[in-house]
Design a protein. Structure first.
Length: 219
């Protein structure tokens, strides 16, 4: 009978191990950031585009970019922002900069697709300076890099949209999902977005690598 007790104990231990594994993976899955790039009002290119935080944690938006592809095969990377000047008392800085903390369930208005593609003129410009036509654009990729509280590394989201110019211009998402770049293999790409945007003096794959702090520690 002793061997039955040992078998029973082993089975109970195995059940607890499986239970904790399921609990751990469920917790890890629920704690992952989840962002949505949302196209409102169907196929209208003048509809607003939203960056929605569906995570359970607050995220800090570091940059939003659009990659524009034209008929001649040219590719451009533009920062999604409004170039109007800000005063110290401006109460709408978050929406203007397209940066900053984004609460769970919150959203950031990125602007209309037409303005995202063509850009906004600043107060010092009399007209928008773009050397390509809206009708020349075939598709775009909207992407954002954010800092997620529990993670040491920036994570990203992106979504591709296709433009059709038969008669009136219409814009369609390539699929129904926003691609989540949250895995280890995605870190380099998201970091490359940020370094291309911020042009840091030092690079590095971690918060201390190639930083002033690590230099001081080595001295």
């Amino acid at each position: 009978m002793e061997y039955l007790g040992a078998i029973s104990t082993a089975i109970m231990a195995l059940v607890w191990v499986i239970y904790f594994q399921v609990f751990f993976f469920q917790y890890k899955r629920n704690s992952r950031p989840y962002l949505v790039i949302h196209h409102a009002q169907n196929e209208n290119p003048d509809a607003l585009c939203l960056l929605v935080n569906m995570s359970k944690e607050t995220v800090h938006v570091q940059c939003v970019q659009v990659v524009v592809f034209s008929r001649d095969g040219e590719q451009r990377i533009l920062t999604v922002t409004d170039y109007r000047r800000l005063g110290p008392d401006d109460q709408n800085i978050h929406q203007v900069l397209r940066q900053g903390p984004l609460e769970p369930g919150g959203y950031l208005v990125l602007g209309s697709f037409r303005n995202i593609i063509l850009g906004r003129r600043s107060e010092d410009e009399e007209e928008e300076e773009t050397d390509y036509l809206f009708e020349d654009i075939t598709d775009i990729v909207l992407r954002a890099a954010v800092i997620h509280g529990p993670s040491r590394y920036p994570v990203g989201v992106r979504r591709r949209f296709l433009l059709q110019h038969e008669g009136e211009t219409r814009i369609f998402p390539r699929n129904i999902h926003s691609e989540q770049l949250t895995r280890r293999r995605d870190r380099h790409e998201v970091r490359r977005w940020l370094e291309g945007e911020l042009h840091p003096q030092r690079g590095g794959s971690t918060e201390s690598e190639e930083s002033d702090q690590s230099v001081r520690e080595d001295e």
